[in-house]
Design a protein around this ligand. Structure first.
Ligand code: ITT
Length: 198
């Protein structure tokens, strides 16, 4: 089954490909000249919907968009929908992580470090939204970055029930328990009927 992922984030595409497995031919926007979609929504669901619906007007077939990010309780849910640009529009993962650890350290030395990754996947076809699917993984924020795998905030997030950060755990483990894995599994369950309807 062909699926276009409305993203320019190659890390997301790689994870979605691994989570879906060999039954899906997954491509993304990295090789397409398509105008940027302005992520003006206040929630992951709004932004995922904006991306999926806008991009599905340019391509035939099924389009999915992933909007995701980290919510830190002691920061009132920040960086949330601003996760990619927390330290500025061109910020690197390292700069975003530094800003977040700095903000947590300033609150109080023993601030509550609970957090969650949230992912909403929106599915659209020919400009029409077909559904949204959400996945959440709870965890805690470390004091320092640990591990070299993954992307984004992976080096500072330890999922509940584990000792290592997402950047320290093997990709197969992250892709089994992550926010994205949960959302994609819900999506996959809803794709089967569409496959037969074409
Ligand atoms: P697209 O909009 O092109 O899909 P993006 O990276 O800008 O790419 P988002 O607006 O959804 O995507 O921002 C997601 C950010 O949240 C991402 O850049 C990371 O900083 C963070 N994030 C999301 N999922 C993550 C994960 O699995 N591990 C680490 N960080 C993650």
């Amino acid at each position: 089954m062909d699926l276009l992922v409305a993203t320019r984030n190659a890390h997301k595409t790689r994870e979605i490909r691994q989570i879906l497995g060999p039954g899906f031919a997954v491509s993304d926007l990295c090789s397409h000249e398509i105008p940027e979609v302005h992520e003006s929504g206040k929630s992951f669901e709004e932004n995922a919907t904006l991306k999926a619906v806008a991009i599905s007007k340019y391509f035939p077939g099924l389009v999915v968009a992933d909007d995701s990010g980290l919510e830190v309780d002691a920061l009132g849910g920040a960086p949330g929908v601003f996760s990619a640009r927390y330290a500025g529009h061109e910020a690197s993962d390292k700069q975003n992580i530094q800003k977040l650890l700095g903000a947590l350290a300033r609150i109080e030395p023993r601030a509550k470090r609970s957090a969650r990754f949230r992912c909403v996947i929106a599915l659209a076809r020919r400009g029409e939204l077909l559904g949204t699917f959400e996945g959440i993984v709870e965890g805690t924020i470390t004091e320092q970055a640990r591990g070299l795998r993954g992307f984004g905030y992976d080096p500072i997030f330890i999922p509940c029930g584990f000792q290592q950060t997402f950047a320290g755990l093997p990709a197969e483990v992250k892709n089994r328990i992550s926010h994205r894995a949960k959302a994609i599994r819900l999506l996959a369950a809803n794709l089967a009927p569409l496959k037969t309807r074409g």
